[in-house]
Design a protein around this ligand. Structure first.
Ligand code: ATP
Ligand code: INS
Length: 356
């Protein structure tokens, strides 16, 4: 499957004197507090931007990141955020034992406890980028922010959570509105990719959206599905022992963009997304990717590109690429956070060759 860029992105912006920078990530970092049985079991760095930049940095894909935090921000990060002196960092509490949440997740209820400032167009550099990623978590992406991104980036990938989340004024519980009523609908024909989880996909018209851009719907341990015009592709998952689902969708999007930047087609790039998503659920907080695994992934990506250049018949065949990427072939690397694992363990197992 190849990407059809939206018409607004097919015309090169000229004259172009300065080469594009690669990837622009826009979305706030946050503090994640994981709560189970009334007790805090972990406090971690969160925000889609943090998970995505972790995947891009680990994969040696250079990126610029625009994020806002308060003076209370407590993590060292490789991409410095804008510190807003009079504001607090966005905080999410994730309750793992409250049943079904407002956005349909059976495994956790999310509440936004504090919110930092929105990201304004003036916060975004006036450079050009190959890829833009609009990945807000707490309502910080404004319609005018996304408008600026589509102006300066050749292709923009959007996480639907950045557009359709609303927050209960009393307890901050996350709820979703339909994409049509989100205030972003008029910009959507200018984006390249829209990523949604299967729960979030219920809040858009996939049939309509897939005519405007490439829609990728992730579905946890089942992998993901790509909708592009009249093509539909199922991309298989990787086995994982899930400890904490937080950040899986973000790492998925990071892996997808790494694949696209490397020149893979959308379905092969989505396999990379599935791989990074599956590793993320095995960790609490930010995963540390195994260096040998990363090198193997880079080698396999190069191999896959050569293979596809030589023969177009390889393009739709995922099986071999999937088998070669499978973490079971590299190593089993249990999380460093093992004391916490049983508390948040949701489902699954690591791989066929071990009994983790
Ligand atoms: N239990 C799992 N086993 C294997 N792969 C998984 C599992 N959970 C998630 N993944 C991978 O990560 C991707 C994203 O997961 P998911 O669909 O749960 O996203 P999400 O709901 O947006 O996640 P989150 O909101 O927690 O960041 C999936 O498409 C899949 O490839
Ligand atoms: O850190 C997480 C993560 O970025 C998730 O994608 C988002 O759904 C949560 O709100 C956030 O707390």
């Amino acid at each position: 499957m190849t990407l059809n860029p939206p018409p607004s992105q097919q015309t090169p912006h000229s004259p172009r004197q300065i080469p594009n920078r690669r990837v622009l990530i826009v979305g706030n970092y946050c503090h994640d507090v994981l709560i189970q049985n009334g007790a805090v079991v972990a406090e971690t760095l969160g925000g889609a931007a943090s998970f995505i930049s972790n995947v891009l940095d680990s994969s040696s894909v250079s990126c610029d990141l625009v994020s806002k935090v308060g003076c209370d921000f407590r993590y060292e990060v490789s991409h410095a955020p804008i510190v807003v002196p009079e504001k607090e960092t966005t905080v999410f509490e994730a309750y793992f034992d409250l049943g079904i949440d407002g956005i349909g997740h059976a495994d956790r209820v999310l509440k936004r406890v504090t919110a930092c400032d929105p990201i304004f167009p003036s916060d975004i550099p006036d450079s050009r980028f190959d890829f833009g990623m609009a990945v807000g978590v707490g309502g910080e992406i404004l319609p005018e922010t996304l408008e600026k991104m589509v102006e300066i980036c050749d292709v923009v990938a959007v996480d639907i959570q950045a557009l359709i989340r609303v927050f209960d004024p009393v307890d901050g519980a996350v709820k979703l509105v339909n994409l049509k009523e989100s205030g972003f609908h008029h910009i959507l024909h200018r984006i390249g990719f829209l990523k949604a989880s299967s729960d979030e996909a219920l809040f858009m018209d996939v049939e309509q959206m897939k005519q405007l851009c490439c829609v990728v719907v992730t579905n946890g341990e089942k992998g993901c599905r790509i909708y592009n015009k009249d093509e539909e592709t199922v991309v298989p998952p990787f086995l994982a022992k899930q400890v904490d689902p937080t950040g899986a969708g973000d790492s998925f999007l990071g892996g997808l963009v790494v694949g696209l930047v490397e020149g893979l087609d959308v379905s092969d790039a989505s396999l990379l997304g599935n791989l990074f998503g599956s590793i993320t659920v095995e960790h609490i907080g930010q995963p540390k990717f195994d260096l040998m695994m990363l090198q193997r992934v880079k080698d396999e990506v190069q191999r896959r590109k050569k293979q596809c250049n030589l023969s177009s018949s390889h393009k739709s065949d995922h099986e071999e690429f999937h088998a070669r990427l499978s973490p079971a072939r590299f190593s089993c690397f249990p999380s460093a956070d093992s004391p916490l694992q049983p508390k948040l363990l949701v489902s699954g197992h690591c791989c066929e060759s071990c009994d983790l």
